[in-house]
Design a protein around this ligand. Structure first.
Ligand SMILES: [Zn+2]
Length: 127
């Protein structure tokens, strides 16, 4: 018994494979650019100490060896609302909301940065 594959069948198989790859690719792409998956990464002295979902409002106090900072997240924007540093530049810094935006408090070695596309990992860390 011979296997008979017609040109037409080949075309259908190729088409189905192509569609599968395209659909998969689009879903993966959406996952990585989704604003919902943006997280705020909090670092002190270059070490990541905390992560927050940018889509969830919160107020969090950080008292570290280097100083006192309060992080607030409201309406998808993260900022430092209070700090005991001399210059207070961190409080005057524009709110972080886009991928790569950062607020840095140099005297306290405290920084927060918005990073998108890490939704799954952020969930794993926060739970
Ligand atoms: Zn500061």
């Amino acid at each position: 018994m011979k296997m008979k594959i017609k040109i037409g069948d080949m075309v259908i198989i190729a088409f189905v494979l192509m569609v599968t790859v395209i659909v998969y690719g689009v879903n993966v792409g959406r996952h990585f650019v989704s604003a919902d998956s943006a997280v705020v990464v909090v670092s002190v002295n270059g070490e990541v100490i905390d992560r927050h979902d940018l889509s969830e409002d919160c107020v969090k106090v950080y008292d570290t060896d280097h100083g006192h900072n309060i992080l607030e997240i409201h309406n998808g924007k993260a900022y430092i609302s209070e700090a005991d540093c001399q210059d207070q530049i961190c409080i005057l810094t524009r709110e972080a909301e886009m991928n790569g935006d950062a607020v840095i408090c140099l005297p306290n070695l405290f920084s927060l940065e918005v990073i998108s596309g890490e939704g799954d990992r952020a969930d794993a860390v926060s739970q």
